[in-house]
Write a protein that binds this ligand. Structure first.
Ligand code: HEM
Length: 468
């Protein structure tokens, strides 16, 4: 059967890819990350916009160009938008969430609930809370910039907790929910990265006791599971009672859903899981983007100065920016897009599963292949962007100073087709207001040591750009 499936002359060939070892295939490449950079090297080496890897018998298809991703993930939704791969760690932890669910009634119900409440037409569901949380962040940063990472996490976490569960942004910033969220976000990032866990591809590894060296995934999964349960149950209990000591609950996603759908236990479960999905997908992504913002402003002060000139001209010094200024601040918008392009927080998107055999450019994509969109390669492709490795917001600005709509929007960073990120409007507005507000009151510069010597920030990202 093996020989027939792989060498049948009547079949189209598999896409090109690196030479693979018997049994384990190309598993070594998944262990030695960062994978998106290796995938991009193969894209050039094999001169093919799709590349194939055999990972212990699983077929992995990497889409390296915008054309391939658009053709397969957007124009052939019946094959590629239906399912996520059934990877052990992923399903163990997140099977309740529509992020990892196959297309079906439950996925549709959760996604529709989300999209009905948050879409491009109802920014008032999230913008006021984003504004409030950002202002609080400015105040805290003004008091001390010592714990910048923690301040960013608290800002992003409190936006979601307030929008989804109605907690007051200032009260919730120091709550235990934010701590759980940090752990949950780590688990989310790790389990969705292809190759983080060998148990995803070699299922019998889960029978190896957790004390055996190398089997730490079991312990890590247990910790993430506990934090996820605490987060989901804790938040929903708080919501159901409508009061939490010291916190006042405002109208929010969960309260509006409960009013609309009633308190049938099935509906409650649906609301709880949709709300939890927003929380796990929405915090770390925003945090990482804002961390990159601070890094590039330190490294490339010339762009900071340009944005501040624009802010001075449009907003002036008597007030802080608000969402009404968005269209008048093209340079701030250009900085947001350039950060998302230059260092995408989800460089390999979220994996899909092909539901039947297909052919692209003469190459065969077998049923059950794990399909990965290499967003990083698309953002660093000379076909899409001039001088793509250089951070340069100017690429989005025309000679007359207006925003240049002809340049590919980096919103490709939010994925494709039916499973495109439903939180993208919320993410973009939260990031925009934070960046506009920070630049209007602070100058960001490199730290200086005790001897007055400038400390050069490291530009290295650890394993994945989703991490700190
Ligand atoms: C910079 C910020 C963000 C980036 C770059 C980002 C990126 C992505 C990407 C690449 C996907 C996979 C799409 C695909 O399969 O084609 C995704 C899915 C998802 N994102 Fe985001 N995201 C961000 C923020 C958010 C926020 C703030 C929320 C919620 C409030 C959110 C909720 C989700 C959910 C629920 C899914 C799964 C959708 C599904 O499978 O149907 N994301 N995101």
């Amino acid at each position: 059967v093996y020989l027939f499936r792989h060498y049948n002359k009547n079949q189209n060939p598999l896409p090109p890819g690196p030479w693979s070892l018997p049994w384990i295939g190309n598993i070594r490449y998944l262990i030695s990350r960062p994978d998106w950079i290796t995938y991009t090297v193969w894209y050039r080496k094999y001169e093919s916009d799709i590349v194939h890897l055999n990972v212990a018998g699983n077929s992995l298809i990497i889409l390296n160009t915008l054309e391939a991703a658009t053709e397969l993930l957007e124009r052939r939704p019946g094959i590629y938008s239906i399912d996520r791969p059934k990877l052990r760690m992923l399903n163990d932890l997140w099977k309740w969430s529509f992020i990892s669910m196959p297309y079906g009634a439950e996925w549709k119900a959760q996604r529709n609930l989300f999209i009905n409440m948050f879409n491009a037409n109802n920014p008032d569901q999230h913008e006021p809370r984003e504004l409030k949380s950002t202002r609080l962040f400015l105040l805290r940063l003004h008091r001390s910039s010592e714990n910048l990472d923690q301040l960013i996490l608290k800002m992003a976490g409190s936006i979601i907790l307030s929008v989804v569960y109605g907690f007051d942004v200032s009260a919730v910033q120091d709550s235990v929910h934010i701590d759980h969220a940090e752990q949950v976000a780590e688990g989310f990032v790790q389990t969705f990265l292809p190759g983080s866990f060998l148990v995803d591809y070699i299922p019998w590894l889960r029978y190896v006791p957790s004390w055996v060296p190398g089997a730490s995934f079991q312990r890590r999964a247990q910790v993430w599971k506990e934090h996820t349960q605490k987060l989901l149950n804790g938040l929903c209990e708080a919501m159901k009672n409508y009061t939490v000591s010291g916190m006042s609950l405002e109208s929010c996603f969960v309260s509006r859903c409960l009013r609309k759908l009633g308190s049938d236990p099935n509906e409650e479960q649906l609301i709880k899981h949709t709300a939890g999905s927003m929380y796990i997908a929405g915090t770390d992504t925003t945090v990482t983007t804002l961390r990159t913002f601070f890094l590039v402003m330190m490294k490339y002060p010339e762009y900071q100065i340009k944005a501040q000139r624009e802010l001075d001209h449009v907003v002036g010094s008597d007030r802080l920016p608000n969402f009404g200024d968005r269209d008048s601040l093209p340079y701030v918008q250009a900085i947001v897009y350039e950060i998302i392009r230059w260092q995408p927080v989800a460089p390999t998107g979220l994996p899909r599963l092909s539901s039947k055999e297909d052919v692209y450019n003469g190459y065969r994509i077998s049923e059950g292949s794990i399909v990965i969109a290499n967003i990083w390669a698309m953002m660093h492709d000379e076909k899409n962007f001039v001088d793509p490795y250089t951070f340069c917001p100017d690429r989005y600005i025309r000679a007359d100073g207006h925003f240049n709509d002809d340049v590919l929007k980096s919103t490709v960073g939010f994925g494709f087709g039916r499973r495109i990120c439903p939180g993208r409007h919320m993410a973009l507005s939260a990031i925009w207001i934070a960046i506009a507000s920070i630049l209007s009151v602070f100058d960001i510069s490199k730290a200086v040591d005790g001897n007055g010597k400038i400390i050069e920030p490291s530009m290295e990202y650890i394993t994945t750009s989703l991490q700190k």
